[in-house]
Every structure is written in C-alpha cells, then in structure tokens.
Design a protein around this ligand. Structure first.
Ligand SMILES: C[S@@+](CC[C@H](N)C(=O)[O-])C[C@H]1O[C@@H](n2cnc3c(N)ncnc32)[C@H](O)[C@@H]1O
Length: 173
C-alpha cells in the first residue's frame, strides 16, 4: 500500500471531475471506480473536488465511488475506510478545504462523513482481470499500471473497457 499525499494527481483528477460534471444532469447515478486506490488519499481528493464542483447535494444524491486495492497490508479497515490521516499527508490541501471537509482529532485528521459515505471499499486483485462491477461512468487508475507487464496492462484495460457505460472514460497515469 502507498502512503501518499492528498491533492496529488490533481491534473488527472480534474479531468475526471470535468467529465462527471458534463454527465451529471442526465443521470440518476454516477458510478466511479478508483482501481488500485492505495490508502485512498487520491480517492478522497477526487471525492472532495467532485463535491466542490457539483455541490454537496448532487455529490450526496448521485455519486458512488468504488475504491479497490489488493490491500496487501490489510489497512483498508483500520485506515482508509475511516478516512483518518496524519497531518503530513495533508500539507497540499488548501486551508478552506481542510476546514470544510476534515475534523481534527489527536494530531490526525478525519475526512467528513458526507464525503466518506459515498465511497465503498473492496479488496480486489486487478490481475484476476475480473471487474468489480458494470456501468461505470469513469474509472481512474493512477500509479498502478507500472506494476504490471504489457500483456497484463492490456488485459486490465480490456476489463476496464467492458465495465463502462457508453461515453464513459478511463483516466490513468
Ligand atoms: C503507487 S500506489 C497508487 C495509489 C493511488 N492510486 C495513488 O495514485 O495515490 C499503487 C497501488 O497499486 C496497488 N496494486 C498493486 N498491484 C495490484 C493489483 N494486482 N490489484 C490491485 N491493486 C494493486 C498497490 O497495493 C498500491 O496501493
């Protein structure tokens, strides 16, 4: 698992947010898969940027985020799901966002319940080449593919493609 920063990969995430914003009015639900989400700093960054862009009400009513990782260190339950992070993970977050979406507790910060409530966590090995669902509007896979061989990457992308709604997109680096 990766101990990463919030507000990293903002360029890629902003592209996803713009894509979702374009689709939000025409759909009852927007489904996003964050594949290989690590400790979910990027997942929650995406969730916060989405809430800022489409408004908390639409975020709450329409967004579902499935966050998956192979989770070798079994930290999903103890950390990512609770949304609790040390201050040094949060150094890039603008002050106003920190105040709005986090609460401080014993030198750690917790992502607000409204943001966390739309994120579901699953252990999942991408190299099974089996999807965690269908009808995704967007799949984001950041800093994961380099773990895989070229053939594995091709098969993972193929599996992603068959999990998308028409007009949906894959965002990867
Ligand atoms: C560098 S981290 C990236 C985390 C996050 N996406 C980000 O950009 O901050 C790579 C992640 O890929 C996950 N991973 C590696 N192999 C995987 C696999 N076969 N299936 C699912 N996740 C995997 C690792 O557990 C790790 O959390």
């Amino acid at each position: 698992m990766s101990f990463s920063q919030f507000y990293k990969n903002v360029e890629l995430i902003s592209e996803l947010v713009a894509h979702v914003k374009n689709r939000i009015n025409n759909q009852a639900e927007i489904r996003i898969w964050d594949a290989g989400c690590g400790m979910c700093q990027s997942t929650y960054t995406m969730a916060i940027l989405l809430a800022e862009s489409i408004g908390l009400q639409s975020y709450s009513d329409k967004i579902t985020i499935i966050a998956t990782d192979i989770d070798e260190l079994r930290t999903f339950k103890s950390s990512a799901e609770k949304g609790i992070y040390p201050k040094n993970n949060l150094l890039n977050i603008p002050e106003a966002i920190l105040d709005k979406y986090f609460s401080e507790n014993n030198a750690h910060y917790q992502v607000s319940e409204i943001i966390r409530s739309k994120v579901q966590f699953k252990r999942h090995d991408l190299l099974t080449f089996k999807s965690v669902g269908t009808d995704f509007d967007a799949i984001i896979c950041s800093n994961v593919m380099h773990h895989f061989s070229q053939i594995e990457q091709f098969k993972v992308l193929d599996m992603f493609t068959s999990s998308l709604k028409p007009g949906a997109m894959i965002f990867r680096i």
